[in-house]
Design a protein around this ligand. Structure first.
Ligand SMILES: [Zn+2]
Length: 299
């Protein structure tokens, strides 16, 4: 039986903001997600604490290419790992400049502190994986479930009775409620809901969330996520329609979501971790874009 280790990458010195998963298989350890490059030293320490070296990791399965999930993939590739990703994500790992530069415009001088560096991965080490494809590593197999909505190229990975859900099953930290991460540019509410239905239909025993940990009460969790996703999208819509600058909306949206998190029992410290894992400004930008494309009939 495979063993799964949840590695807390201690992003920005907090707990349970970003995880990656080390799975011990008959063919050695593999990783699902890598976290950002800024937390690579923590990842290395935790892998070594389990008795492995980074060179032992020959396979890395990514759910999608956002920095908090895939930012350190190139470091693993330097140690010889193959990186598995949806075909739409593949070119961005091979030439990350575009991804990097557009993020740099947003994060500016904070870029490296938050995310570290991102370097190109040689083409032959990036393996494209379509929906339904199965990867076999001796007795372990992983099936790719294409789950767009959060990102167009998002994959959830099913291994046996569990699913590594990346961001498609939301963010739920330390007993707090589940919330949807809605960064630009791919947010699509309808596709996201279809993806949630796909996950439900798998009848899995557990979901492993990158932000953060294990969910057993799957149907209820996914129903709650669907509810909050609708709620956030509907909350944003009138601001978009009135053309209110996003800067003004972010403050109000943050207040709105914090009231919700507090009502659900989150402490001030936990609110901070939620904001690190799922920044309010990103969801405002992502949902603005969703409504804009929708109003233009482009999605
Ligand atoms: Zn994420």
């Amino acid at each position: 039986m495979e063993k799964i280790h949840i590695l807390d990458l201690n992003f920005l010195d907090t707990q349970e903001a970003i995880a990656c998963f080390l799975v011990e298989t008959d063919q050695g350890p593999l990783l699902v997600e890598t976290g950002p490059e800024s937390t690579y030293p923590v990842l290395e320490k935790k892998v070594e604490a389990l008795g492995y070296h980074m060179e032992d990791i020959k396979q890395v399965l990514l759910t999608h290419i956002h920095f908090d999930h895939a930012g350190a993939a190139w470091r693993l590739a330097e140690h010889g790992a193959k990186i598995y990703v949806h075909p739409v994500g593949k070119p961005h790992l091979e030439s990350p400049e575009k991804l990097w530069n557009s993020a740099k415009q947003i994060y500016g001088s904070e870029m490296e502190r938050l995310w570290g560096k991102m370097m190109p991965i040689p083409e032959e080490q990036v393996i494209p994986v379509q929906h339904g494809a199965e990867l076999h590593f001796s007795k372990n197999s992983f099936r790719a479930i294409h789950t767009p909505g959060h990102a167009i190229h998002h994959i959830a990975w099913k291994m046996g009775e569990i699913i590594f859900t990346g961001d498609v099953a939301g963010v739920k930290i330390d007993g707090g409620p589940v919330v949807p991460p809605c960064p630009p540019p791919d947010i699509h509410i309808e596709s996201w809901k279809l993806s949630l239905a796909k996950l439900k239909a798998e009848n899995a025993e557990a979901l492993y969330l990158t932000h953060f940990g294990i969910i057993n009460d799957i149907d209820r969790h996914l129903d709650n996520l669907s509810y909050v996703l609708d709620d956030w999208a509907k909350w944003i819509k009138p601001y978009f329609e009135k053309d209110i600058p996003q800067k003004e909306v972010i403050r109000e949206f943050m207040a709105y979501t914090q009231i919700y998190l507090k009502r659900e029992g989150c402490s001030d410290q936990l609110l901070k971790v939620y904001e690190y894992a799922n920044p309010s400004w990103m969801s405002v930008a992502g949902l603005y874009r969703y409504w804009k494309l929708k109003s233009q009939g482009r999605i």
